[in-house]
Design a protein around this ligand. Structure first.
Ligand code: 2M8
Length: 472
């Protein structure tokens, strides 16, 4: 039976703090404006002064409600730094960021620019990538523009025509070079590529990485948080930087990395986002009248992804598990990534029921001590859980957005509405934080995180529009 306790509404609502949806939405808009760098948006004002790939996609979704042209520009700027292989870099470095603001920064990655596949530099880019939310964002911009006026809609349609080949190349890269086995699952070779950097999902695979000789390095990130425990530990950072060193030694070349790299993992969340993004790309392909062969390919990638995820399903945990290719074993850790089939969509009714049950159970959103009934990034029942440490336990609004969006796609509007309402309550109380301590609700990490503001804009768009119509 699905535990309903998780979905009981607490007595404190965002509606009590913000009388009108426009107020919370206006605050979100101000954050995006403050983080605006003219054509692209910093992921956060001080901790993350560069353009991050999947942050930009979420930011574009939020911006669409302020200005669809500016939203399109966000993606355009990112894709201007796409590699020849189709890879969209996980960071495009801001040349104007103070040199001691983020490590590893542009200097550390500059040698990646000598790869024959790299885009012209500067600006420099990393040679990792992040989950492909971009097609979902592009489609959303077009849908929002469709509710504006004819001119905005025509421009957004032109934008889809312009971005489609780039999105197609991006997805083809992920379906081929990042999945040489054609398993439907994307291989990551660095935890940063997952977007959930220090999640205990990676502990088992990282434990096997032997760190060699490395110079000392700065931890500028620790200057931007209240407590170092909010960020990854130094043993984790050593491994992150060691893996970067090996990737650079392999000239950022996937084939070379695949041969020798000690960290090779099939990431189920990344793969599920790719499936959902392929569904979006198929919609875009229809709008732009892309050739049939391309549509068939995209459809095939989505189908293969769903099958791949099916193989990673664990009946006992009711979750999907990542797979460590080097150790040839599943990584048995309960995290929000396990809800991957929900994000991929089109699951069977039995699978959907199992996922919903798990989501509402005490292992996740139904845990009795949570401040807000939304799922912690790692189940509090896991030994690797830590309530303050980054992706080891805190609640991430952006992860809640993904679940909300997926629940709507899965025909579960009431559960979706519940996650949305509780997430807004959490943000109304704690601000636009990067993540939240699950038991106290304390805001953690960066204080004005762009993607948190962006998801608020998307969540409130309909309320704001209704209020505007009422007032007119
Ligand atoms: C975090 O990752 C960066 C490295 O990419 C970091 O910790 O320095 C992650 O939360 C990632 O998912 C996010 O894209 C990035 C910027 O918000 O920060």
């Amino acid at each position: 039976m699905i535990a309903q306790a998780a979905y009981q509404v607490r007595n404190h609502s965002w509606r009590q703090i913000f009388d009108q949806p426009e107020e919370l939405s206006a605050q979100a808009g101000q954050i995006l404006r403050r983080n605006d760098m003219e054509g692209w948006t910093r992921a956060a004002p001080s901790l993350y002064p560069h353009q991050w790939s999947w942050d930009s996609a979420f930011i574009a979704i939020g911006l669409a409600h302020l200005d669809t042209r500016r939203a399109a520009q966000e993606l355009r700027t990112l894709f201007a730094h796409q590699w020849m292989t189709g890879r969209v870099p996980h960071i495009v470095f801001n040349p104007k960021a103070p040199p001691e603001s983020y490590f590893p920064g542009a200097d550390h990655w500059a040698c990646a620019a000598s790869s024959p596949d790299a885009p012209p530099a500067p600006p420099y880019t990393s040679c990792l990538c992040q989950p492909p939310v971009h097609a979902i964002a592009a489609l959303r911009i077009w849908e929002v523009a469709g509710r504006e006026d004819e001119k905005a809609f025509a421009e957004a349609t032109d934008f889809l025509r312009e971005i489609y080949p780039r999105l197609f190349a991006w997805h083809r890269y992920l379906a081929t070079l990042r999945d040489p086995e054609r398993s439907g699952l994307v291989t990551i070779y660095h935890p940063w590529a997952s977007g959930a950097d220090n999640s205990p999902r990676w502990d088992g695979a990282l434990a096997a990485v032997e760190v060699g000789e490395m110079p000392t390095y700065p931890r500028y990130d620790l200057d931007h948080v209240d407590d170092p425990s909010e960020r990854p530990a130094s043993a984790e950072y050593d491994r992150y930087l060691w893996l970067v060193k090996l990737i650079k030694r392999a000239d950022c070349d996937e084939r070379a990395i695949y041969r020798s790299h000690p960290f090779l993992v099939k990431d189920v969340l990344f793969s599920a986002i790719l499936v959902a993004a392929n569904d979006a790309l198929l919609e875009i392909a229809k709008v732009v009248e892309a050739p049939d062969e391309e549509r068939e390919l995209v459809d095939g990638w989505a189908g293969r992804g769903r099958k791949g995820l099916e193989k990673c399903w664990d009946d006992k945990l009711n979750l999907c598990l990542d797979y460590d290719l080097r150790a040839d074993r599943s990584l048995r850790v309960r995290t929000v990534a396990g809800f991957a089939p929900l994000i991929a969509g089109q699951q069977s009714p039995e699978r959907l029921a199992a996922l919903l049950g798990e989501l509402a159970s005490p292992a996740f959103a139904g845990h009795a001590e949570l401040r807000w009934p939304v799922p912690p990034s790692t189940s509090p029942e896991e030994p690797g859980f830590h309530p303050r440490s980054y992706w080891r336990g805190p609640v991430w609004p952006v992860a809640n957005w993904l679940l909300w969006w997926s629940l709507i796609r899965s025909g579960e509007p009431e559960r979706a509405a519940q996650i949305r309402r509780v997430s807004l309550d959490q943000i109304a109380e704690g601000g636009f934080a990067e993540y939240f301590e699950p038991f106290s609700g304390k805001p953690l990490g960066s204080k004005e995180q762009s993607w948190t503001a962006a998801v608020v804009l998307d969540w409130l768009a309909d309320d704001v529009r209704s209020a505007e119509i009422e007032a007119a």
